[in-house]
Design a protein around this ligand. Structure first.
Ligand code: ATP
Ligand code: MG
Length: 415
């Protein structure tokens, strides 16, 4: 349990770190792109005005298209009002088609900068401005800048951060595992101590209880005690001691199961025989309540498991069936080998039944549906908890089907 919690905590911590890293790197990357392009845009807006003014002067002279040479990553195209190209500083060849297409589509904003992330990692920013002369519009200039390299740089940096984050994540995982171990260890020690205490206490209580029991027996059978009142008192004491011995025994079983102190003694054994035996043993108790136990178990079912534990499990189920079925009821015990070679046996009664909410809880320790009734019957609510431990130990399953007032069926499947 603690081992699992430790792993769960470490994984939870690492995944949280992963989410934080992922969000931070993504935001950092987008932030960097924003910073790069906004600075470039500012520069572009500053330059476009100068170019428009220069073009205005040039356009007064002659109107032959003229290449004004390549500028550091910047390019511009100046058109007159007829849409004829007048002056230009060409975009790099691999970008030019895209630039002209954008201009043609009218996608370039005036006096504002748009960023276009094109295919093949091409990124550019571009703006447009009117060319005016004496407050008259005489043309349009488009000014752009290729910022692909800056973007590629930013992307590379993001990958670098990603690698760093990966290393940090591995460290976070190791750290998370170590820290959760630090948190869990004291709890585990405390829990272990408490378990040991329960085991020791129940063990130590057994001897005095058996001494009290045999003393009470002795007194009960002593002919010198004749008073019927005293006899009754002694009988009551015996009854209580019996209940207490059972409780202490159950507690010891649970504590030992928790400590994994009791190894399962696995071997092939005759499950049919065990079922018959438990039914036989419970017959007298059932008869007292005029309950009929039908033994529908076929012969020859061989099971691989711990015979004593499985017998204890069957006893717990049949004991409950008898306890929680009113007089003149009927209990059916059956078993079969399933197609997938699993063994399934069930104990069905037509007793008081369980509601949905209780069905989920009856396997908890000390859980009893009707405390008063259960206690009067000598129950402490540990039977099914022990049964569950036994089934878990055998890697099996237990199913409960029940209807309030109609009856309950417990079915156990063992591999
Ligand atoms: P113990 O078995 O320790 O003597 P218990 O019988 O009260 O005490 P469990 O066997 O763990 O404890 O059962 C838990 C509760 O589940 C019972 O108190 C009872 O209310 C309910 N229960 C168990 N078996 C049946 C059944 N066959 N029909 C109806 N209720 C049941
Ligand atoms: Mg019980």
């Amino acid at each position: 349990m603690f081992y699992q919690s430790r792993w769960r905590l470490a994984i939870l911590y690492t995944s949280m770190m992963f989410c934080i890293f992922a969000v931070m790197i993504f935001m950092g990357y987008r932030g960097m792109l924003w910073a790069v392009s906004s600075e470039q845009a500012r520069e572009l807006l500053g330059v476009v005005k100068d170019i428009a003014d220069a073009d205005a002067l040039l356009m007064q002279k002659d109107d032959m298209p003229e290449d004004l040479g390549y500028r550091e990553r910047m390019f511009f195209y100046a058109f007159d009002l007829h849409g004829d190209l007048q002056y230009y500083s060409k975009a790099p060849q691999w970008l030019e088609d895209d630039v002209l297409a954008l201009i043609q589509d009218g996608q370039v904003p005036f006096y504002d900068v748009a960023t276009f992330e094109l295919s093949d990692d091409k990124v550019m920013i571009i703006t447009a401005s009117y060319i005016t002369f004496n407050d008259r519009i005489i043309g349009v200039v488009y000014l752009g800048k290729d910022i692909s390299a800056l973007y590629r740089g930013a992307t590379k940096y993001a990958y670098f951060l990603l690698m760093l984050a990966l290393v940090a994540l591995i460290l976070a995982g190791i750290l998370g595992y170590y820290l959760s171990g630090c948190v869990i260890r004291p709890m585990q020690n405390a829990y272990e101590k408490q378990r040991q205490f329960t085991a020791d206490a129940s063990h130590e209580l057994r001897t005095p209880l058996s001494v009290i029991m045999s003393s009470a027996d002795l007194l009960y059978n002593d002919p010198s005690i004749e008073s019927p009142f005293l006899k009754q008192v002694i009988a009551d004491v015996k009854d209580e001691v019996k209940k207490m011995s059972k409780l202490v025994g159950d507690l010891l079983v649970i504590a030992r199961n928790d400590n994994n102190a009791e190894k399962l003694n696995l071997q092939d054994f005759d499950l049919s025989g065990s079922l018959h035996q438990v039914v036989r043993n419970m017959q007298p108790v059932a008869e007292k309540k005029h309950i009929e136990i039908q033994d529908n178990v076929p012969e020859g079912i061989v099971c691989h498991g711990d015979e004593q534990k499985i017998k204890q499990l069957i006893l717990i189920l049949v004991d409950n069936a008898v306890k929680y079925t009113p007089e003149n009821g009927c209990i059916k015990v059956s078993a079969q080998i399933l197609k997938n070679k699993k063994i399934r046996f069930s104990v069905a009664d037509n007793g008081i039944g369980l509601n949905e909410e209780d069905k989920a809880k009856i396997f908890e320790r000390f859980y009893r549906v009707d405390k008063a009734r259960s206690r009067a019957m000598g129950g402490s609510g540990l039977g099914l908890a022990i049964a569950k431990d036994i089934i878990d130990g055998h890697k099996g399953f237990i199913y409960v089907e029940s209807q309030l007032g109609k009856g309950t069926t417990f079915a156990v499947e063992l591999p």
